[in-house]
Design a protein around this ligand. Sequence first.
Ligand code: R5P
Length: 279
Amino acid sequence: MKVVSTQRSQVLAGRLSNALNIPVIDTRWQKFPDGEIYVRAMQPAEKVIICGSVLTSDDLVELLLLKDAFSSSDVTLIIPYMGYARQDKQFNPGEPLSARAIAQILGKNTSRVYTVNIHEKSVLNHFHTEATDVSLSGPAAEFIRTLSLNNPLILSPDEGALLLARDVASHGSWESDYLQKTRISGEQVRIEPKSVSVSERDVVIIDDIISTGGTQATAAAMLYDQGARSIHTMGIHGVLASGAYTRLTSAGIDSISCSDTIERACSTYSAASVLAGYL
Ligand code: R5P
């Protein structure tokens, strides 16, 4: 067994190689003058783990090309961050079910698929092969421990992400809750935890994805007004689009962290050990 990755997931592939004690396949990536992608894996493998997050359309094409390069191998596919998973329903007539389109194409000629904290679990059914979603609640909790917070309160930005917050909180026997939005007037909303006060508390807001950071920045401003002592924002997947990092730091957030499903300067914890446990 060997591991190979797209450009996007080189660090995680290296960590998987260490955790599983298997070689990484040396790989070359180039772009043709017209923008087309060229990939070449420098060694063959009978059994291969292909690791590639899909953040952009180029990432998807690169992953498809790499899969094709191993079309005669037994392929285990890891999609640490699966973009397009948020379009998991046809919300309006004429829309595609984008998550299904991506899953169907990536599931072909693949023995098994692993995703990490996928936005919506029902997407796994569209791969048409054995597909498992793994959770990074353990490594996220281990990272929170390193912040040396005083009895932190783990919040999810909405009820939908409460399970993740609860799961993370359970690793440290911490309290958890979710943020509720109440409309006060046409322009004004109030965001506060459903039942636990943030006054004098160290707060961690955790979401599956930090995209523009807007959700967490807005929540943080209100939680500081309600007396929070410190606010730390965590995402499993640091998409960090449209100046998200700056938006969060300018909102006074004390720390920003995400995992290495998308490799960022603020990737403070890894998916490698949890994934290795499944492989
Ligand atoms: C929503 O579907 C996700 O779970 C996140 O809550 C969302 O992507 C966060 O978006 P943003 O960072 O742009 O507020």
